[in-house]
Design a binder for this molecule. Structure first.
Ligand code: DGL
Length: 278
């Protein structure tokens, strides 16, 4: 495929489902001037328990779709996709198939920030099973901040609680408390916890309830937005390729009705959405 290096278009934000809307929201608050396309692979979510190969295959299809919709830059707003697919896409796919386009993830920007927040240099990660098993946060943080201890705890029930609109229910308390206790039991010196999954900001009131007050909680939206802004300042050739119409289009692989209902919970606004296949 030969590419037009001046092709301009929106920033693509991809997630396995609705969770990436918390990332999109953070980015749009900071940089409302750009055009955006959000793509949720809701029909095949969750990705958190899927194998490396499958997450790569699905994520690549989504990136290709966002490229075909004109995006010169795609953010993998999903931690699981960032952990399992980003590296291969950056190193194997892009150089051959789309050398002028860029795909960025959410793990490195988060790792950069937590190292500056922790005083004890003991960091906890709450995330999906896939993200924890990949050890991506641990590897990335220890590369940037050698000598830091990083422990992780998978929270397999948290995404379903959010997806099923149960995140504020009394039943959610049990699962939130259980995962936090398991994380803290692994290392009593933890002073900073990464909420390493796009859905977890919706559980924040309950997470705060069960975390000791001296622990800093790090939801990602704000930091990903700061990191992207910094990236675009450093890469003016990419910045010039992003169109500035302050619009956002939404695409889902599942039902439009379900997407509209959930998007209203995540974004506090009604959105129009189109259904597509990958
Ligand atoms: N968006 C995913 C993440 O941030 C969580 C949902 C899923 O398992 O697909 O890891």
């Amino acid at each position: 495929m030969s590419e037009n290096p001046n092709l301009s278009g929106p920033i693509g934000v991809f997630d396995s489902g609705f969770g990436g809307l918390t990332i999109l929201d953070g980015i749009r608050r900071k940089m409302p001037q750009y055009d955006y396309i959000y793509l949720g692979d809701n029909a095949r979510a969750p990705y958190g328990t899927r194998s490396f190969d499958i997450v790569y295959e699905f994520t690549l299809q989504a990136v290709q779709k966002l490229f075909s919709l004109g995006c010169p830059l795609v953010i993998l707003g999903c931690n699981t996709a960032s952990a399992k697919a980003l590296r291969s896409i950056q190193q194997k796919y892009l150089p051959v198939a789309a050398p002028t386009r860029r795909v960025l993830g959410v793990i490195r920007p988060t790792a950069e920030v937590v190292g500056t927040l922790s005083r004890t240099r003991h960091i906890g990660v709450l995330a999906t099973e896939g993200t924890i098993k990949s050890e991506s946060y641990k590897l990335e943080i220890q590369k940037l901040y050698p000598g830091t201890t990083v422990v992780g705890q998978a929270c397999p029930m948290w995404v379903p609680l959010v997806e099923n609109n149960e995140f504020a229910s009394a039943g959610a308390d049990y699962f939130v408390r259980d995962s936090i206790e398991k994380l803290l039991a692994q290392d009593s010196l933890i002073d900073t916890i990464i909420l390493g999954c796009t859905h977890y900001p919706l559980l924040l009131p309950k997470i705060e309830k069960y975390c000791p007050p001296h622990i800093k909680l790090v939801p990602q939206g704000r930091y990903i937005a700061e990191s992207l802004e910094d990236y675009l300042h450093r890469h003016t050739e990419m910045d010039q390729r992003i169109t500035r119409g302050a619009t956002c289009q939404y695409y889902t692989t599942e039902s439009r009705t379900k997407f509209r209902e959930s998007a209203a919970i995540f974004l506090h606004e009604d959105v129009e959405v189109e259904r597509i296949t990958l």
